[in-house]
Ligand binder design. Structure first.
Ligand code: NAP
Length: 264
């Protein structure tokens, strides 16, 4: 499917990030993107880049090939009902809404239309998202279209829908968890002599490089740790101190408690 128009319903944190990622990709031009929001004036920055900004959801979805639903979970049902009559069966809905199933969305839409769920993160704005997608009755062509979009905005994997909540925690909340780890590095970096800006650069680029080592070498963290830990050295001393104070344990606890909270 060639993509002539994309509509994003809900130009908040994630909707705006998807628009920004699309703008910097070759997938569509800014004038082919429409972003909706009730208070549309708050996304003037997108308008200045050539994106169509409106609060009229019904009109916004009519000509779109792909429609991203980026509203809060409690708004999903009303939005689906609102746009339903303006949709046709050739269009693709991609919902990034956490905790709302494909079945629930299909029920609220009340018509035969392909629904994908996707769980990206805010790094989609710089085309570095990890996006998990799932679908039920999608055609090979529609799957290819959705994968093409998300592959242009980072990395994409297809998962079983029952893992969508887990992907929300590990992939989407994961951005927040990683930020807190980097901030802790910065705070320590300042204490041992760097100014905040330098500490931030060193911490962020080091974490980015470490992640790239895993992705590009397809290796396990412990293999990379073995390469930097000299016997009786400073790295192993630091690592063991962190573990004595519960580093791995607190990360595991944070992720599993967040997952439990999501299902409450
Ligand atoms: N943030 C993340 O990292 C992330 C990652 C993965 C998934 N998600 C999921 O993405 C969804 C959005 O999250 P978010 O963080 O982007 O929330 P958000 O910043 O609150 O964005 C939601 C947006 O929807 C707009 N909206 C509300 N009602 C609307 C309506 N009737 N028509 C058009 N727009 C409407 C709101 O603007 P107005 O009030 O001005 O209308 C708001 O800007 C959530 O379901 C979340 O679970 C978020």
């Amino acid at each position: 499917m060639s993509i002539n128009a994309v509509t994003i319903i809900g130009g908040g944190n994630l909707g705006k990030a998807i628009a920004e990622g699309l703008i910097s990709s070759d997938i569509v031009k800014p004038r082919q993107i429409t972003v909706t929001k009730r208070n549309a004036s708050t996304i003037d920055t997108l308008k200045k880049k050539g994106v169509i900004v409106t609060s009229d959801n019904k009109t916004a979805v009519k000509k779109a090939d792909i429609i991203f639903l980026c509203v809060k979970p409690f708004q999903a049902k009303d939005i689906a009902k609102e746009i339903s009559k303006s949709l046709n069966s050739k269009q693709i809905i991609v919902s990034v809404i956490s905790g709302v199933s494909i079945e629930e969305l299909e029920h609220s839409l009340g018509k035969n239309i392909t629904v994908f769920r996707a769980m990206p993160n805010t790094a989609i704005s710089i085309r570095e998202s990890m996006t998990c997608i799932s679908y039920k009755n999608a055609s090979a062509g529609n799957i290819k279209t959705v994968e093409t979009i998300f592959n242009a905005l980072g990395k994409t994997i297809t998962i079983d829908e029952k893992l969508m909540d887990a992907s929300t925690i590990l992939g989407a909340c994961g951005t927040g968890f990683a930020m807190r780890y980097i901030r802790a590095n910065m705070q320590a970096g300042i204490e041992i002599g760097f100014d905040a800006v330098t500490a931030s650069l060193i911490a962020a680029q080091t974490v980015k490089g470490a992640a790239d080592l895993l992705i590009k070498n397809n290796s396990h963290p412990e293999q990379e740790i073995d390469k930097v830990t000299t016997p009786k050295g400073v790295t192993i001393t630091g690592l063991n101190q962190m573990e004595h104070h519960g580093l791995s344990s607190s990360v595991i606890k944070g992720i599993t408690e967040a997952y439990k909270k999501m299902n409450n």
